[in-house]
Design a protein around this ligand. Structure first.
Ligand code: PMP
Length: 465
């Protein structure tokens, strides 16, 4: 047992972890040989491990901790809610004050076409809900042939069957024989890696028209929906060219295809707008949400349902045979409400748009001058550095893709900064409360890490000396 203060030596915790705990997305055998890093505390943007080391949490946990760690206000709200009504379901004609208040709050914060929400405990469950909802929508609209859902290669929509299927991670599809039938994938708008000789704007149009080609090949009357993240997060912070989203929106509108913006990462201020689709100026029909909704303090997600889709569920007779024991869990709703109240009171979304966003972006983009960096990109407070063997040549990648990224990530940890590696790019998504001084610290540590990675690669002959 560990309480608020850790009393156990790191080695002992690692041994118990290795003996009994299977970690997500992990090679358990090699982790157990190495030993996990044990995080014991967090405050603001800082994490502490079991040896007392401090790390700047450049990933806001897992893209979720918008308001920073250790907010008493959220802990108090949850504690109070648990004492009043710990749990009750929302299935059998019952409801409760926190779920009502949060539903109303989400309708207020989201774009005008969204007035309803279906709650889940995670982003994956939100996308499983999307999957069943879009197919049921078309059934109820008298078009049961509209069943195909189109996603994108290298998109991420979660780890459940529908989430994995809608996502385009081949390594995930291989495990469990996925995707399920009726899901197709198109190219991603990843100009740096896949744009070839096209300009970013030309490539954005090309990538959007992949959707048009796929829909027209399948027959528009067979296609239910297109799902995509406004900016792909887990795929490596793929920021689409400006031409991409307007063209996608046009294609969906002309063919009457439901447009699903997966806002699990981009929602709740990450891009300096409440939702990522607002940053890009398009109007989705459904928006799966999670993460920043509660800043990760308790697990809660959901699907924001537009009036168009809602009409098929609210104005028509018949049960929607779908739901989770913890849909609208009172304590999780209380955490989300307290979190959103902090975000509004401290104007965190505006802060990302006007203050800390531009401040960090300028400094992050300057890392693009480093000899190891092919591109430094950032929107709001989510960014990436593409590590390359030959600066200025986008066509060249390192051999054994991923090894340089992992090396850089490990060095970054040693330098007290959490950056995540995706292939050979480094990504960050810090809490929205990051101060200017902390932003300077983040960039200084990233710079040092790049220098050390570069030196190690030269030493090993993986980069020309
Ligand atoms: N969608 C997106 C865009 C995500 O980034 C994630 C999680 N990283 C999910 C869905 C799945 O969310 P969860 O892990 O809460 O199931």
């Amino acid at each position: 047992m560990t309480g608020a203060s850790n009393l156990y030596p790191t080695r002992e915790l690692q041994a118990r972890d290795a003996a009994h705990h299977i970690h997500p997305f992990t090679d358990t055998k090699s982790l157990n040989a190495e030993g996990s890093r044990i995080i014991t505390g967090a405050k603001g943007v800082w994490l502490t491990d079991s040896d007392g080391n401090r790390y700047l949490d450049g990933m806001a946990g897992l893209w979720c901790c918008q308001v920073g760690h250790g907010r008493d206000e959220i802990a108090d709200a949850v504690s109070q809610q648990m004492r009043e009504l710990d749990y009750y379901n929302t299935f059998f004609k019952t409801s409760h004050p926190p779920v009502i208040a949060l539903s109303e709050k989400l309708a207020e914060l989201s774009p005008p076409q969204f007035n309803r929400v279906f709650f889940t405990s995670s982003g994956s469950e939100a996308n499983d809900t999307v999957f069943r909802m879009v197919r049921t929508y078309w059934d109820r609209m008298g078009k049961p042939d509209r069943k195909i859902i189109i996603g994108r290669w290298n998109g991420y929509h979660g780890s459940t069957l529908a989430g994995t299927s809608l996502g385009g991670m081949k390594g995930m599809h291989e495990q469990g024989d996925l995707p399920v039938p009726g899901v197709r994938h198109i190219a991603q708008p990843y100009w740096f890696g896949e744009g070839g000789d096209m300009s970013p704007d030309e490539f954005g149009i090309w990538a959007a028209r992949e959707l048009e080609r796929e829909i027209d090949a399948a027959g528009a009357d067979k296609v239910a929906a297109f799902i995509a993240e406004p900016i792909q997060g887990a795929g490596g912070v793929i920021i689409p060219p400006d031409t991409y989203w307007p063209e996608v929106a046009r294609i969906c509108k002309e063919r009457d295809i439901l447009l699903v913006a997966d806002e699990v990462i981009c929602g709740f201020g990450r891009l300096g707008t409440w939702f990522g689709s607002q940053y890009y100026g398009f109007e989705p029909d459904l928006m799966p949400i999670a993460k920043g909704l509660s800043s990760g303090y308790l697990p809660i997600g959901g699907v924001l349902v537009s009036d168009r889709v809602g009409a098929a569920f609210v104005d028509k007779d018949g049960d929607f045979n779908h739901g989770y024991t913890y849909s609208g869990h009172p304590a999780c709703c209380a955490a989300a409400l307290a979190n959103l109240e902090i975000m509004q009171r401290e104007k965190l979304v505006e802060r990302v748009a006007d203050d800390i966003g531009p401040y960090l972006q300028a400094r992050w983009k300057a890392l693009g001058d480093h000899p190891l960096v092919g591109e430094a990109r950032m929107v709001g407070l989510v960014g990436a550095l593409e590590l390359v063997p030959v600066k200025g040549d986008r066509s060249r990648t390192f051999e054994n893709v991923g090894t340089v990224g992992n090396l850089c990530r490990d060095l970054s940890f040693d330098n007290g900064l959490v950056m995540r590696a995706v292939r050979d790019s480094m990504i960050i998504s810090p809490p929205l409360v990051l101060t200017h001084e902390e932003a300077d610290e983040l960039v200084a540590r990233a710079h040092k890490t790049l220098d050390q990675t570069y030196a190690a690669l030269k030493r090993d002959g993986r980069i020309a000396a």
